[in-house]
Design a protein around this ligand. Structure first.
Ligand SMILES: *[C@@H]1O[C@H](CO)[C@@H](O)[C@H](O)[C@H]1NC(C)=O
Ligand SMILES: *[C@@H]1O[C@H](CO)[C@@H](O)[C@H](O)[C@H]1NC(C)=O
Length: 278
């Protein structure tokens, strides 16, 4: 007997309402074109659902990328992303970066190496080399997950579905590197097989990554550094993780982080001081 054929009318109405509400809620978000534009690979870029969802893809001919129209100082920079399956050697990214014309390069990166590993990086003084890698604890190609960078004048936190996976703090006492410039939101998919693992299974291409969530909760560069640091902005209130978040972060570090530049004495003979800020 098929237990699922006799779904009762009440349940059917509830399911209808839930899916309908979910869909109309989604429609309240801003469309891609309000805040973003394609930056390269126009023929490997596609819009869905009135540009509430977009897709960038990689094949042997090209990848693709997009960026925000404006630059931002502080804010909550969030993307829902569904990665391409079987994508070893493919790099999919969501990151914040200075433009090439700015003197000192600054950057905050979510880079997915295939669909199982996340690398984060921070460029704070013109150089990066601050990689951390974690194994994702879910199938990132099966569903959308939320990848967030919160940036304020005191702390930068990377989150996956609200769980902190990386923290970069400004030192109160010492002159250590921290980010100071406005950054543009960027995303891309590209052939990273020279360093991101691989080889790429090109017979599985095109590799399609989808992105949602194009509202931006950030302070635009044009508002000025001072205004963007205002304590009245919601994302500027926290100077540190909560004690609950600290526990979650420790859990991520002990269970899923398998590379941390802080502990790589071959590359960094001296323990990097920014790894030790409390
Ligand atoms: C992908 O990158 C690798 C490493 O740089 C290169 O050897 C290969 O030709 C590239 N493949 C394509 C299709 O672009
Ligand atoms: C940026 O400035 C505009 C115009 O003054 C203002 O409406 C907006 O709220 C400001 N944004 C933030 C995040 O402070």
């Amino acid at each position: 007997m098929d237990c699922y054929s006799g779904i009762n009318p009440f349940a059917a109405i509830v399911i209808f309402l839930l899916t309908h509400l979910a869909r109309s809620t989604r429609a309240f978000g801003q469309s891609f074109d309000q805040n973003f534009q394609v930056s390269w690979g126009y023929d490997h870029f596609a819009r869905f659902d009135n540009a509430q969802r977009i897709q960038i893809s990689l094949d042997h001919a090209s990848g693709s990328g997009f960026m925000s129209k404006q630059e931002y100082h502080t804010g909550i920079f969030e993307m829902k992303i569904k990665l391409a399956p079987y994508s070893e050697g493919v790099v999919t990214s969501h990151y914040l970066s200075t433009d090439s014309s700015q003197k000192v390069h600054e950057e905050l990166d979510f880079e997915f190496l295939g669909d199982k590993i996340l690398q984060t990086n921070v460029f704070a003084d013109g150089v990066g080399n601050r990689e951390q890698r974690i194994r994702l604890w879910f199938d990132a190609a099966a569903d959308f997950h939320t990848y967030t960078i919160v940036r304020n004048p005191y702390i930068i936190v990377f989150y996956i579905d609200g769980i902190p996976v990386r923290v970069f703090k400004k030192s109160i006492n010492k002159a250590l590197p921290f980010l100071t410039q406005p950054l543009r939101i960027q995303a891309s998919i590209w052939n990273g097989s020279s360093w991101a693992g691989g080889p790429i299974s090109w017979n599985k291409s095109p590799f399609k990554a989808q992105y949602e969530g194009f509202s931006i909760h950030g302070c635009p560069a044009s508002n000025g550094t001072q205004n963007c640091a205002s304590p009245s902005l919601p994302w500027n209130k926290r100077h540190d993780l909560t004690s609950e978040q600290k526990k979650e972060f420790q859990m991520v570090k002990s269970k899923y982080m398998f590379y941390d530049y802080c502990n790589d004495r071959k590359r960094k003979p001296a323990y990097p001081q920014e790894c030790n800020i409390d």
